[in-house]
Design a protein around this ligand. Sequence first.
Ligand SMILES: *Cc1c(COP(=O)(O)O)cnc(C)c1O
Length: 234
Amino acid sequence: MHDYSFINENLNEVHEAMKKAFTGSMRTSNDLTLINVSKTKPVEALMEAYNYGERHFGENKVQELIEKYETMPKDIKWHMIGHLQTNKVKYIVDKVEYIHSVDSLKLAQTIDKEAQKHNVTVKILIEVNVAGEDTKFGVSVEETENLVREIAKLNNVKICGLMTIAPYVDDPEENRQYFVKLRELSVDIADKNIDNVNMNVLSMGMTGDYCVAIEEGATLVRVGTGIFGRRDYV
Ligand SMILES: *Cc1c(COP(=O)(O)O)cnc(C)c1O
């Protein structure tokens, strides 16, 4: 048996830092939830976080999400945060709280079709490549509103907000500009009052920069390494 008690200490620290960032900021939303990004980590490690009281877990691979979904307690909310192939959508549409990584109409149409079959409505976030990095998935800032308008026409998906993955940086202040930009984009789109669209969720901030993201209005932060320690592979 591994000793995973360090996870409790990490969670204490993360929640302390979150509270500090939250209270010290000018943000308007009161919603803030920690997503425990548990990719590559064994169920025993996740259960340590679960027993601490954590209920939101994020995975980036369909197969791994399903395996953990099936073995872990049923009151967990699962978040699909990784790039999603259309042929795998059918396995997760009825198992996730949000799909964070929708960046094309084709993917949204597939989710809609599978959601209809399962008789569910799937809550999604639009992934925006705010920093314009070539290596990242996500729609550009300029194209986001048009994509939102197209996806909004689908009956079995519900757009709930935006998500971004900021660049890997040493100084989290370098990413503040991108978090501000995502928040501004979400306010712009909310102001358009598009049917079947709300912009209440802002999924931004990871281990290196979640405090800055919270200051800029994140409602979901995705923290992996800061809770579970380093991953052996990504
Ligand atoms: C892995 C991952 C995270 C967590 O990254 P850490 O730096 O370990 O906190 C957050 N979001 C996405 C989309 C990820 O793939």
